[in-house]
Design a protein around this ligand. Structure first.
Ligand code: MGD
Ligand code: MGD
Ligand code: MO
Length: 704
């Protein structure tokens, strides 16, 4: 969401810098924006459909490719049933407006229960909490960062990530501003991160123990009468239930398991409750763990209990120019969760998707409904999902796999057909989802920088072409055709006109429409976040649900964890990390993002290194229940004792990939260690944080 100014000379980019006139990002830029040039110019980036022939690839025409894909998928479904075709939709899908608008139709046309996405290795628990508390998965309250006096953060590293479920270009300046106006920033993270350098207080917390800590914070707030639930008098239910639960979790009871001293917990609670304004916020550190659902629920509950929801400087709902919630809101409180389970393990459905932790076993396990064919869009699950090595093996056994992606990477190398879309600079853009999750209401449309090369297709055209071919019915075909005439830009115009600032459909109506955004290429500022309750609620009864039954029932699992918890002797607790110069798994083919010292190191505390007689830079063997990898150890007191950290997204250098630069900086994949059987059983999200691992020195091989 950072506005950038690209200077071009014909087909080449001569300069990329931050756009000072962007009302939201105000000139801020990060290294990944500069690296757009590398991806744009990358000789490894695919431009035409490729069909696998043995171990090599043959270019085919778009029509032949799309016909083949649809024919093969339909053939598999004819013989083995609809669920025999699976789909996985990866993260960049949400950064492509065309894909956001057209992928849902393709998924519907497949009529399969085996739909997966990166949601279940990321923010799924945040959606479940929003759905059960406010009635819609996207009704996620966003920190009013620019007006808060107290930011209490759990498991987020905005200095590296730029803010997530809190889109905030230039987030480090925004955090500094909190302290400059006399406010306070507190961080709980098992690592002392880049963000920790910007806060007033950083506390180590044991991976996976946040829910206990949050209950103890609520315990203190209730016990000391610091709650302000009366603020939501008319439309808040569940207060007594939550108070009763919290009363069982005094700070002393959770101190050892969380690694946070009881008096520290009391101080955090008192400071948060007493601040003039404040907001608690958590990101992947709390959602990708075994108690992800409970943690995400309790963070929002803490905001509600302290009167921090829907007030300036608190946790607020956005008013995006295109309101993607509106249609659902009219339908009224549809809880789309747990309506069915995955075939092998019964993992819960969410919004029509199953947890991706189940994908490998659904491919491997024989029987009716076994997955035999796959479609992926903008995903690299071999590197990004738990026990990626198992999925890697499973993909090799598919009868048919079609990938919509412009790289031949660790996942797509298993495809029979690759359909490469245009890259970001060749298509137009509007942040359909991220405007909904941003710390300020703004709207911006970016036309393509370059016209696409002849014979290139946008991802929406590929998706629509495939949808059209999958459908048997004439009506559906006509619809797909009509949508393709409308184009994403036409659809955006309708969305803007219908939105809260919209011009409507009369020719001289005042307000937003596509033309407004075209006239304001730097973006339009729509102002700070505004109070929106209770109108914005989507629950059927119009109430905020402070203690949804599903979360309450999961407290027993947390109690069991607390009772059985003990400091492990030989094992260490593995967590991930992000770096400013990485973007999950797929920008490592940019030289400027990978050069310099190897970043794929295992960070370990000096005391744990001493026990194992390790020296900085030693190669260590890291072993979990599911696998083993070798990486250099980086000894640093920035990780909590007992915790080790390896970044995700690495593990390149595999045969038959076409990633010249990434393969030279291969690293190892943390997800060859993470466990597909270890998850938040409540929501189905992967449990990446706190995977138990053994670490020992790797004996150097004399031969090589
Ligand atoms: N540069 C860059 N930016 C990115 C991305 C990227 O890959 N690179 N990815 C984007 C994506 S897809 C996302 S989802 C966002 C993520 O955005 P963030 O969540 O802000 O990113 P992370 O750096 O992963 O921060 C998670 C933090 O949680 C900590 N943590 C791990 N386990 C636990 C735990 O059990 N409890 C607590 N309290 N903390 C824990 C980790 O040490 C880490 O510092 O970033 C986005 N932005
Ligand atoms: N252990 C561990 N695992 C993690 C995480 C972690 O913190 N720790 N983070 C998780 C998170 S938050 C996420 S979001 C996931 C990401 O997981 P994925 O979405 O599966 O993986 P990415 O690395 O984002 O891969 C994106 C793919 O999309 C392709 N691509 C890029 N742009 C486009 C485009 O415009 N169109 C199309 N069709 N393709 C495109 C790239 O070539 C690449 O193959 O990883 C998760 N995995
Ligand atoms: Mo993510």
């Amino acid at each position: 969401m950072c506005g950038i100014v690209l200077t071009t000379d014909g087909a080449s980019i001569t300069d990329i810098r931050g756009d000072p006139d962007d009302p939201f990002s105000k000139g801020h830029i990060c290294p990944k924006a500069v690296a757009l040039k590398d991806v744009h110019d990358d000789p490894d980036r695919l431009k035409r459909p490729l069909r696998r022939v043995g171990r090599s690839w043959q270019e085919v025409s778009w029509d032949d490719a799309l016909d083949e894909a649809a024919d093969r998928l339909k053939a598999v479904q004819r013989v083995h049933g609809r669920d025999a075709v699976a789909a996985y939709v990866g993260n960049p899908t949400v950064h492509s407006v065309g894909a956001m608008l057209f992928a849902p139709d393709l998924l519907r046309s497949l009529k399969t229960k085996n739909r997966y996405s990166a949601t279940s290795v990321d923010q799924l628990p945040h959606h479940v909490a929003a759905m059960l508390m406010f009635g819609h998965a996207l009704l996620i309250p966003i920190p009013d960062l620019d007006h808060t006096d107290h930011l209490l953060m759990f498991g987020a590293n905005p200095a590296a990530s730029n803010g997530s479920l809190m889109s905030a270009p230039g987030v480090t300046d925004r955090m500094r501003a909190i302290r400059n106006r006399g406010g306070r920033v507190v961080l709980l993270d098992p690592r002392q991160t880049e963000t920790a350098a910007l806060v007033d207080a950083h506390h180590f917390v044991r991976p996976g123990s946040d829910a206990l800590l949050l209950l103890a914070l609520l315990h203190v707030v209730f016990a000391e009468g610091a709650d302000r639930v009366e603020r939501y008098g008319g439309y808040l239910t569940g207060v007594d239930t939550l108070r009763a639960i919290a009363s069982r979790f005094a700070p002393e009871r959770v101190a050892e398991a969380t690694g946070v001293a009881a008096d520290t917990i009391r101080r955090i609670a008192r400071d948060f409750a007493a601040a003039p304004s404040g907001v608690a916020y958590g990101r992947v550190g709390v959602s990708m763990q075994e108690f992800g659902g409970l943690s995400c629920w309790l963070i929002t509950a803490l905001n509600v209990v302290c009167g921090r929801l829907d007030v300036r400087g608190g946790a607020m709902f956005t008013t995006p120019a295109i309101d993607v919630l509106k249609a659902d809101q009219r339908a009224g409180g549809v809880v789309r969760f747990g309506r069915w389970g995955s075939r092998v393990r019964g993992l819960p459905e969410f919004a029509g998707e199953l947890p991706v932790s189940a994908l490998a076993e659904e491919i491997e396990t024989p029987g009716a409904g076994q997955v035999r064919a796959l479609v992926t869009h903008a995903g690299n699950p071999v590197l990004s999902t738990p026990n990626g090595a198992r999925l890697d093996r499973a993909l090799a056994g598919l009868e048919y796999y079609v990938a919509i992606d412009f790289y031949l990477n660790e996942t797509t190398r298993h495809a029979h057909l690759i359909l490469p879309p245009t890259f970001a600079l060749e298509r137009d853009h509007y942040d359909l989802i991220f405007h909904t999750l941003a710390v300020r209401n703004t709207a911006k449309y970016s036309p393509p920088v370059f016209s696409r090369p002849p014979d290139a297709r946008h991802d929406w055209e590929i998706l629509n072409g495939l949808t059209h071919r999958m459908h048997g019915s004439i009506v559906a075909r006509v619809k797909a055709f009509a949508l393709s005439r409308l184009t994403p830009r036409g659809m955006l115009d309708i969305g803007l006109r219908r939105g809260p600032y919209g011009a409507g459909f009369t020719p001289f109506g005042r307000g937003l429409r596509m033309k407004t955004l075209l006239d304001h290429p730097h973006g339009v500022d729509l102002g700070p976040l505004q109070p929106a309750l209770p109108d914005r609620l989507c629950t059927r009864d119009g109430h905020v649900h402070l203690a949804p039954a599903l979360f309450v029932s999961d407290i027993a699992r947390l109690e069991a964890f607390l009772t059985s918890w003990h400091q492990p002797k030989d094992t260490l607790s593995l967590v991930g990390r992000r770096s400013l110069r990485s973007n999950n798994s797929w920008m490592h083919n940019s030289e400027r993002l990978v050069r310099g010292r190897n970043r794929c190191t295992l960070q370990m505390h000096p005391t744990d290194a001493a026990t194992r007689a390790l020296a900085d830079g030693d190669d260590v063997q890291i072993t979990s229940r599911v696998g083993s990898v070798i990486a250099p150890v980086e000894i640093t007191s920035s990780v909590m004792p007992g915790v080790v950290s390896l970044p995700h997204g690495w593990g390149h250098g595999r045969p038959d990939t076409r990633l010249a630069t990434a393969n030279k900086h291969a690293g190892v994949s943390i997800n060859d260690l993470t466990d597909d059987q270890r998850l938040d059983t409540l929501t189905g999200n992967a449990g990446f944080s706190g995977v138990p691992v053994m670490v020992q020195r790797q004996q150097r091989d004399s031969g090589n």
